[in-house]
Design a protein around this ligand. Structure first.
Ligand code: TYD
Length: 136
């Protein structure tokens, strides 16, 4: 079972230029999994909370490519909050970690790189069910 200590901030490459910065991401090199899906959250209204689930198999890298937000990580034993506000830092989340995203700044964009295609059966959306699985 994964623990929140297995979640870690990965520093992504950043190519700085007076005309702007660029961050390339190479699957298997900058991210410890093959990227099978990419999605992003945007137009998140103030006060909204996203996430509120864990995944049975999915691994993710979460990047704040614009603005800032908090990711609350929970492994059924302990909780911690990670603040993301840089386009060259990615938060790696292994499988079986409960997460919630909140405190989105205005205009924030949350990029998510995912190890698997979308599959609703991969989700735990009920926290009590997730906890029961983690305590087995
Ligand atoms: P969800 O994963 O709950 O979003 P978040 O964790 O950001 O709050 O997904 C929200 C909705 O979008 C849900 O109906 C499933 C759908 N969805 C897809 O169809 N494909 C995807 O790749 C994702 C991530 C979600």
């Amino acid at each position: 079972m994964s623990a929140i200590d297995d979640c870690r901030i990965l520093q992504l490459p950043a190519i700085h230029n007076r005309q702007g910065n660029l961050t390339p991401i190479h699957p298997g090199i900058d991210v410890p999994f093959d990227i099978r899906r990419i999605y992003y959250l945007y137009d998140v209204p103030g006060g909204a909370t996203r996430g509120g689930h864990a995944h049975k198999e999915l691994e993710q890298l979460i990047v704040s490519v614009m603005g800032a937000f908090d990711v609350i990580l929970d492994d059924g034993n302990s909780r911690k909050t990670v603040h993301l506000d840089r386009a060259y830092y990615g938060l790696y989340i292994p499988k079986m970690i409960w997460r919630e995203l909140d405190n989105f700044s205005s205009g924030a964009i949350c990029l998510v790189l995912a190890s698997l295609p979308y599959d609703e059966t991969d989700y735990y959306r009920d926290y009590d069910e997730y906890l029961r699985t983690m305590k087995k």
